[in-house]
Design a binder for this molecule. Structure first.
Ligand code: MN
Length: 486
């Protein structure tokens, strides 16, 4: 992987150090400490229980489904599952946090160290360390834009279960961070533990960014960019923040740790607030919740529910199906795409299927603005189309026309080829007749070719193909032309 290095005006080389904190909303019917629904998009305050708004005397009860989802995520991120974990109260005041504290995990998180393998665009893989994952409750939402003089609060989100995934400061470029976010999103979607929709806020990312001179050890102050809501913005935010810090150092300045916000319209980060320090939260173990102790049986039960994850799929596609590492990682990123690919390539040339999938097929989906689940071309039919090419029944060129018809009609390619008479002509005598005709009708070009203009062969091939309406087998055409002209 090419290094990502910033250069200051005086030619010094600087590197970026970045770590991410990601809040993932846990997929679960009810909230982490109450039985209220977690459904997204309901009317304001429709999904709120007494526990969620901290009515006196209400006690939180841990939802084991959220625990299971966190353990599943930990296993999916190759992480250590802590059999003992503990909930604590993180004290701070916020109107959308009626308890006056957030129930979270501080000293004893449910998941310990893990690792994620990030696929980069040049086909290389970078390992990123996971520091920990803890589970906690989400806050409500303050709404400031529906009334000029008042603010409103929607508590539907208050108490929804979150997994906070903290990485080690292992990122050295925006691309690595972007690749990690895509990989993480892909893994939680495969696992079914978070829907990964960044635009709906179910996966939110904070990025800690600092820079240092190449060769320097230790870390300089960092700034945290809060709540970035797309992969693209995360990458832009890291780059913009690194450049801002470089400019400060270039001018002999310094800065303190602070929280910042990325503004996509200007492509810059702006000051939000001074960074809070951990001791300001006065965390202590929550007396309402006993420590969480997991048994080996529970963990094994969750492990048994794991599906094949992107890394394992990628390995299988490369080793058993002949795909390149890059193609395999693109196809594996999305579970539906991987399933479509596997169905399409069943019994057919997988590499050719992958080429079609990533070329004409993805282009078609893009153009139509539909996702793969609603594709007009079924996986089976795409596989059949590739088979028709592999068996020389149709040429690659005709296949593009057939594909176009498949998109419009959803028809079986065999039926289309049969009905439209598109079968490739491999019968030598039929092709020979056309070859003879073209040669007879173009004496000037024949003379030029014989005089050494070898590239005219392509022109002859084109003429024969045209005359045969694209159905002549190009291999046979080439061979016959050469025999007759040379
Ligand atoms: Mn958190």
């Amino acid at each position: 992987m090419a290094e990502y290095i910033l250069e200051s005006a005086n030619g010094e080389k600087w590197e970026v150090i970045c770590g991410l904190e990601i809040h993932c909303q846990i997929i679960s019917k009810s909230k982490i400490f109450s039985s209220a629904s977690t459904k997204f998009g309901e009317d304001a305050n429709e999904c709120v229980s007494f526990v969620d708004v901290a009515m006196p005397g209400m006690l939180p009860v841990l939802n084991m489904e959220c625990v299971k989802q966190a353990v599943k995520t930990g296993l999916g991120l190759n992480a250590k599952i802590n059999k003992y974990s503990q909930f604590s109260r993180k004290n701070y005041f916020y109107p959308d946090l009626p308890q006056g504290y957030q129930i979270t995990q501080e000293k004893h998180p449910i998941i310990g160290e893990g690792k994620v393998f990030v696929d980069l665009s040049d086909g290389s893989v970078k390992e990123i360390g996971i520091e920990r994952i803890h589970i906690e409750q989400d806050t409500g939402k303050s709404i400031h834009d529906i009334d000029p003089s008042r603010s409103f609060i929607d508590y539907n989100r208050a108490g929804v279960g979150l997994m906070e995934i903290v990485t080690k400061p292992d990122f050295r470029s925006p691309e690595e961070a972007g690749g990690f976010l895509r990989k993480l999103r892909s893994i939680v979607r495969y696992l079914g533990t978070c829907d990964g929709n960044m635009d709906e806020g179910s996966l939110r990312c904070d990025a800690s960014v600092s820079i240092r001179k190449v060769g320097e050890t230790g870390f300089r102050p960092r700034c945290e960019i809060k709540n970035v809501n797309s992969v693209k913005f995360a990458m832009q935010a890291i780059e913009a923040e690194a450049k801002r810090q470089l400019e400060i150092y270039e001018n002999g300045g310094s800065f303190e740790q602070e929280s910042r916000q990325f503004d996509p319209t200007t492509g810059t980060t702006k000051y939000m607030r001074k960074k809070e320090y951990a001791h300001e939260y006065r965390q202590f173990p929550d007396p309402d919740l006993p420590p969480l102790v997991l048994t080996d049986e529970f963990i094994e039960e969750v492990r048994n529910e794991l599906v094949e994850l992107p890394d394992a799929k990628k390995k299988r596609y490369v080793e058993n199906m002949g795909l390149t590492a890059y193609d395999a990682s693109v196809i594996c990123e999305n579970k539906e795409v991987a399933e479509f690919f596997e169905e399409a390539s069943l019994g057919h040339d997988a590499k050719k299927v992958a080429n079609w999938l990533m070329g004409d097929f993805f282009a078609m989906l893009n153009k139509k603005g539909v996702d793969i689940k609603n594709s007009p071309v079924s996986a089976k039919n795409l596989g059949k189309l590739v088979e028709l090419i592999s068996k020389d029944v149709i040429s690659g060129k005709i296949a593009k026309d057939v594909f176009e018809i498949m998109v419009n009609t959803g028809d079986d390619p065999e039926k289309i080829v049969e009905e439209k008479g598109l079968k490739q002509v491999t019968d030598t005598s039929a092709i020979e007749a056309i070859v003879d005709e073209i040669i007879a009708n173009n004496p000037d070009n024949v003379a030029s070719y014989k005089a050494g203009k070898n590239n005219l062969l392509g022109w002859f091939v084109g003429q024969v193909m045209k005359q045969s309406q694209g159905k002549a087998n190009p291999g046979v055409v080439n061979k016959l032309l050469k025999e007759k002209l040379d």
